[in-house]
Design a protein around this ligand. Structure first.
Ligand SMILES: NC(=O)c1ccc[n+]([C@@H]2O[C@H](COP(=O)([O-])OP(=O)(O)OC[C@H]3O[C@@H](n4cnc5c(N)ncnc54)[C@H](OP(=O)(O)O)[C@@H]3O)[C@@H](O)[C@H]2O)c1
Length: 307
């Protein structure tokens, strides 16, 4: 998602460099969506990176995001200043998967998510449509994103759900109460989006005028200053453990269970290499307890992006 410039400028050449480096370094999970960029631009970029490397990657993409006010689409979330419209009808799943396959230049999608549940379509119906894609050999595994535990249980009764995707990090831990227990119940992995708190947990980001993070109350004025103060002890703890704050945030997620898969975004080969090193960080029981102490679940000031 960051390769379309939502969090600062980036061009395709740089995006391809980062994707190529990720695949060369053994990164397997590549996360995209038909809603990232104009006309599926991010899927096209991923498709270019996959040429000659298809077997190295688990390609995950999503469908459902529609233009505001589009026919058959409904507004799902009003996230502060950003509206999300979704079309989760089974027929949309079929059309969208074909278009994603074309843009990605592949003949099967490894993991196919509904980006948000559609408030006008029961999740069972959306998943029923997605399941047909599995039966037709267009998709290998099904996923759902930004849903509740109850919606997941209903969906999993229709077809196995391999993964759910939700915001999860040291500053957004809502999944621990509802979605994560349900995922463990139905055997779905949890893919943690914005695992670096949209960059905040890596260090205070410098936001340009059109940066998407202006939609999040946590990056705004007093909240941002409060968050910088509140998370200072976590940054100090990272120093003490001799890791970077970003590595601490990713290592903490990796210590929450083998079923948690963080998908950090970056436009930078250097950041990618630094983030990969987090997979080698061992956090002792004592370190995990200290993290809990300095960064309790409700530490952040301001609502998260999806409230
Ligand atoms: N399902 C959904 O609804 C949903 C929603 C949001 C995101 N996602 C997925 O989750 C992915 C990750 O989430 P995200 O991009 O929102 O947030 P994130 O991974 O928490 O943070 C990305 C930001 O962190 C910065 N960063 C990364 N590594 C760094 C490092 N080592 N040092 C300093 N800064 C660093 C990046 O800047 P640089 O580019 O400068 O490195 C970027 O601005 C997205 O790309 C997307 O695929 C899914």
């Amino acid at each position: 998602m960051v390769l379309i410039g939502l969090y600062g400028a980036v061009d395709d050449e740089q995006g391809l460099r980062v994707l190529g480096h990720a695949l060369a370094r053994g990164v397997t999970m590549i996360d995209t969506a038909d809603g990232y960029g104009e006309d599926g631009a991010n899927e096209r970029l991923v498709g270019r990176a996959l040429v000659g490397h298809r077997e190295d990657a688990v390609v995950a993409t999503k469908f459902g995001i529609a233009a505001p006010g589009a026919p058959h689409a409904r507004r799902v979330t009003h996230t502060y200043r950003h509206e999300i419209w979704i079309d989760g009808r089974p027929e949309r799943a079929r059309e969208a998967a074909e278009a994603s396959l074309r843009r990605l230049g592949i003949d099967v999608i490894d993991l196919y998510y509904l980006h948000f549940p559609d408030p006008g379509v029961p999740v069972e119906e959306s998943v029923g449509g997605m399941a047909e894609l599995v039966h037709a050999g267009k998709v290998r595994h099904l996923g759902l994103s930004n849903l509740t535990g109850e919606q997941l249980r209903r969906a999993a009764a229709v077809h196995p759900i391999a993964a759910v995707q939700a915001e999860y990090s040291l500053w957004t831990r809502g999944v621990e109460e509802d979605l994560l227990p349900a995922a463990r119940e139905v055997g779905a992995g949890l893919v943690a989006w914005s695992p670096l708190g949209s960059g905040f947990l890596a260090g205070r980001p410098d936001l340009g005028a059109d940066d998407f993070r202006h939609n999040s109350p946590r990056f705004e004025g007093e909240n941002l200053e409060r968050n910088v103060d509140r998370f200072a002890p976590l940054r100090a703890l990272a120093d003490e453990i001799a890791v970077t704050p970003a590595q601490l945030a990713l290592a903490w997620l990796l210590h929450q269970g083998d079923d948690i898969v963080p998908i950090p975004g970056t436009r930078s080969v250097e950041h990618l290499d630094a983030n990969l090193a987090a997979a080698e960080v061992h956090l002792s029981r004592e370190a995990l307890a200290r993290i809990e102490e300095v960064a309790p679940a409700d530490l952040a000031a301001g609502r998260s992006l999806l409230g």
